[in-house]
Write a protein that binds this ligand. Structure first.
Ligand code: ATP
Ligand code: MG
Length: 552
């Protein structure tokens, strides 16, 4: 694989120290997504971190589906997550489902009850909230807190058997209602949910809560370093409490790092799902989505995403990364790889009146001027061509060096042409323009007698392939204004996609989905995997050619 991250970070320092002091003899990490949506670029940060960290120490990484919440989970998500992790370039050592440990978790809960460390509570969710207290005031103990172990065992067993309705009872850890850490004020560890589970079907009607399930999952798998995002920092005492009181043999260590946020997008499965469900985008893999599937369909490569994840690094403070930084890495990756071809996105027909009518010639052009190894190809040239509408102006301002009446420009890889006549329809719209070419100015022949200031791209009309182009703008206008009371759905950019009908050169006949190309002056494009047909390719613009963003 490509260059691994070699720079240090605080998590690596912990791991190195643990191995040096003998606290650990191996490194086992896990990537634990909940299968309630598609993975996004934030997950990629966690994936790269977990897999590469273990890899560096010859350790192991598990892919574990944290599927303890039956209602939102689905096998479609399980499959997409597997595909995305593989596509990102990683192989898990083991594939696990948290739901495979439901019996283990149940037995550990029974152990807590027997030890007097858990009790069945009848308070409603609302009452429990009122009893919990707040940061200034301690909580109040539930009247059910001192049930005997026998009574709790009986009630918990009956919860499992389905004798109670959702919400009627919960199992709570018995810790400390006066703890300054609210997470330690007798957290709920099991709830009743009469719902079918994607993996265990109707076998269970009680489900463990995340804070109870996660440490057990980690311990069962002998995970050594359990890496999660910062919002779980305050939950760490509970994580450690569960490991200890449940008498787990393995003692994983939770380490928190800052989650990735990107400008002008949203990065939570809940919000991304809303964009899909409300029809703002064309599915989870819409090229505007920050999902791995969306980025892939847009044309991002896994190499670029991995490089990006390494570059942003790992820290303890939350920040927002400029989306242009991600774009930097795809430009860098495609610079030498993508063939440079010609496409006209908003066509204007040009008739070259002095070019013989029945003639077509072949012009040899390089495939990538920065990478001679990519060789060359032939372009057809004939009497009619297409240029961009914006490369012609009837009444140009000063310093406009492209085509206008009386002016001469260079056609990239071909000849100089000069505009002589503008043809309009009755309404005054320009229909086509008439030019003449100078046969002496053929590209590559060393013509130097005259110079022109403008070079424009073109496509030969006689062999052009009709194509669709999709250009994108950020999906979310300004994520900040959400704090000003606007929902993120009100911040969706109504102009996030522009669809254009134009032409590409004939060499692109039969392009295959996911082929990546540079179109001169327009940027890097990817052949869309959903809408491309044999007759008509659809190209998604990955990025334009230039950006002001610099990575140090
Ligand atoms: P979401 O709100 O998007 O659903 P999540 O944290 O609930 O995020 P999980 O499926 O539970 O999603 O996440 C799996 C792993 O990916 C977790 O270890 C989580 O910490 C990590 N992760 C999720 N989002 C990000 C992010 N933006 N940056 C870094 N890591 C993330
Ligand atoms: Mg989640």
């Amino acid at each position: 694989m490509d260059n691994k991250q070699t720079s240090s970070n605080f998590i690596k320092n912990i791991v190195t120290e643990d191995l040096k002091t003998g606290k650990r003899s191996e490194v086992i990490t896990r990537f634990p997504p909940e299968p309630n949506g598609y993975l996004h670029i934030g997950h990629a940060k966690s994936i790269v971190l977990n897999f590469e960290l273990a890899d560096e120490y010859n350790g192991k990484t598990n892919l574990r589906f944290d599927d303890t919440n039956p209602v939102k989970e689905d096998t479609e998500y399980v499959e997409s997550i597997k595909e995305d992790v593989k596509w990102l370039g990683f192989e898990w050592d083991n594939l696990y489902f948290a739901s495979d440990y439901f019996t283990e978790m149940y037995n550990r809960a029974v152990l807590l009850i027997k030890k007097g460390k858990a009790y069945v509570d009848d308070l409603t969710a609302e009452e429990m909230r009122a009893y919990r207290g707040n940061l200034k005031e301690p909580g109040k103990e539930s009247p059910y807190r001192n049930r005997t172990a026998e009574e709790n065992l009986d009630l918990f067993e009956r919860m499992r058997k389905g004798e109670f309705k959702d919400g009627e009872k919960v199992l709570r850890a018995k810790i400390d209602m006066a703890s300054p850490n609210i997470n330690m004020r007798d957290p709920v560890i099991y709830r009743i949910a009469h719902a079918s589970h994607h993996n265990t079907g109707d076998e269970w009607c009680i489900y463990p809560m995340y804070d109870f399930a996660h440490p057990i999952e980690d311990a069962v798998e002998d995970v050594t370093h359990s890496i999660c995002t910062l919002e779980f920092e305050d939950h760490r005492p509970l994580y450690d409490w569960v490991i200890q009181e449940c008498e787990m043999k393995s003692q994983p260590q939770q380490i928190e790092f800052a989650r990735l946020n990107l400008t002008n997008t949203v990065m939570s499965k809940r919000k991304l799902k809303a964009l899909v469900d409300e029809g703002f985008v064309d599915g989870w893999d819409d090229p505007r989505m920050p999902t791995i599937a969306g980025l892939r369909r847009r044309g991002f490569t896994s190499e670029a995403i991995r490089s990006f994840c390494r570059e942003i690094g790992v820290s303890k403070s939350n920040s927002t990364v400029d989306a242009q930084m991600l774009e930097h890495f795809i430009r860098e990756d495609l610079l030498m790889k993508a063939p440079r071809t010609m496409a006209v996105l908003r066509p204007l027909k040009v008739v070259i009146t002095n070019y013989p009518e029945a003639q077509t010639e072949l012009l040899e052009v390089e495939n990538n001027s920065d990478n001679p190894e990519m060789g060359s190809r032939k372009l057809t040239f004939s009497r009619e061509i297409y240029i961009e509408q914006e490369d012609f102006m009837e009444n140009p301002p000063k310093k406009y060096f492209r085509l206008f009446p009386g002016n001469e420009v260079r056609l990239k890889g071909a000849y100089f042409i000069k505009c002589n006549e503008v043809i309009k329809d009755e309404a005054g719209n320009i229909v086509e323009i008439h030019c003449t070419y100078d046969p002496q100015t053929k590209s590559g022949t060393g013509f130097t007698e005259r110079k022109v200031k403008g070079t424009i791209h073109w496509v030969d009309a006689s062999s052009a392939v009709a194509a669709e182009f999709r250009l994108f703008e950020p999906l979310i206008l300004d994520e900040q204004s959400e704090q000003e009371g606007k929902t993120f759905l009100e911040q969706v950019n109504p102009n996030s996609m522009e669809v254009l009908q134009g032409y590409v050169e004939s060499n692109l006949t039969g392009v295959k989905p996911q082929e990546k190309l540079q179109f001169f002056r327009h940027g890097y494009f990817n052949v869309d995997s959903k809408y491309t047909t044999e007759e008509k390719p659809v190209f998604n613009r990955i990025v334009s050619l230039k950006s002001s963003f610099k990575v140090e």
